[in-house]
Design a protein around this ligand. Structure first.
Ligand code: 3NM
Length: 209
């Protein structure tokens, strides 16, 4: 299997409590240069999520960007996205592949070395690891594990690693230096005054890392 090539910025489209519109956020993220979006709408109905996924599919296709859906292989399939991102309580990788077919990208959230090893053994295309820093974004997030977690998982996992949790444009370079292939961000992007400029800044920093 070929190793998935991930852009250095993994931008998560989740308006949180900003009142911002999902489509507007996606447009701004893409305008800033993001080439991988994950759609994450924890409180949306299935129909709302599907409608948003279809909108973002059109936008990402035009931009040549990947689109993944958080938690929901069925929605990922129905909206013709590139794949899905699974949490520890979501469908296992094999079941997601049964839904999506062999060509889909399947990533898994992990929070320690054992979970990361298990995700790799299950056939994930990439492994998410976090929380690196403290985050108020995720309900019930575990205590932050620092760059040490990234280094520990990097030591045992060859798959692409996506680090998450409290990452900002300022800390992104350190996270990559610790071994992450990509940095995932929600709050630092969707709460930014100028979303596109923040994406541009982050990518510029990572490009120079
Ligand atoms: N997953 P922010 S931390 C969605 O540790 C998510 O698996 C995490 O948001 C994990 O960039 C997290 O605003 C929240 O901190 C990331």
């Amino acid at each position: 299997m070929t190793r998935l090539a991930l852009p250095s910025l993994y931008a998560i489209v989740d308006p949180l409590d900003t009142g911002r519109n999902t489509e507007d956020l996606a447009v701004a993220l893409l305008a800033g240069g993001a080439r991988l979006l994950q759609l994450r709408l924890k409180d949306a109905s299935s129909r709302e999520l599907l409608a948003a996924a279809r909108l973002l599919r059109a936008l990402t296709a035009r931009a040549g960007a990947l689109l993944l859906v958080n938690d929901r292989p069925d929605v990922a399939l129905a909206a013709h996205t590139d794949g899905v991102h699974l949490g520890q309580d979501d469908l296992p990788v094999a079941a997601a592949r049964t839904v999506l077919g062999p060509g889909a990208v399947v990533g898994v959230s992990t929070h320690d070395v054992a979970q990361a090893r298990a995700a790799a053994a299950d056939g994930a295309d990439y492994v998410g690891v976090g929380p690196v820093f403290a985050t108020a974004t995720k309900r019930g997030a575990l205590p932050p594990r620092g760059l040490e977690l990234v280094r520990a998982v990097r030591d045992v996992i060859e798959l692409p690693l996506v680090a998450i949790g409290g990452i900002t444009p300022e800390t992104a370079v350190d996270v990559r230096a610790a071994g992450a292939d990509a940095v995932a961000m929600i709050g630092a992007l969707v709460r930014a005054r100028d979303v596109a400029a923040t994406v541009r800044d982050t990518i510029a920093r990572l490009g120079n890392a």
